[in-house]
Design a protein around this ligand. Sequence first.
Ligand code: AMP
Length: 112
Amino acid sequence: MTIFAKIIRKEVPAQILYEDDLALAFRDVQPVAPTHFLVIPKEPLVSLADATPAHAALLGHLMVVAAQVAAAEGLAATGYRVVTNAGADAGQSVFHLHLHVIGGRSLRWPPG
Ligand code: AMP
C-alpha cells in the first residue's frame, strides 16, 4: 500500500483541501513553491502510464478539481502549473497517480 492509499484511508494525516467520492487534494509535505498541493484519485491507479479510455472521466475530474482548488488557493489570477510524473525518468516516487499543482511564484520552463 502506498502512502497516498494510507492518506485516503485517514491512516496517515494530511492537510486535506478537498475531498469527494472520487478524488482527494492535500498539501505536499515538501512544497517546491509557496503553494504546492496534490490531487489524487481514490482509485489506486499507479501512474498516467496505466490510464485507459475507461479512466477518461476520472482524469478529467482530477483536472477540474485541480483548477477549483487552485482558484480557492488564490492562484487563478497569477497562474500555476499542473504536472504528473509517470515512471522512473520523470522522477515518480509515489506509485499512486497524482497531479502536482504548483504556484505562488514565477516558474521556470523547461523543468529539470
Ligand atoms: P512524485 O515524485 O511525482 O512521485 O511526487 C510525490 C510527492 O509526494 C512529493 O512531492 C512528496 O513530497 C509528496 N509526499 C510524499 N509523502 C507525502 C505525504 N505523506 N503527504 C503529502 N505529500 C507527500
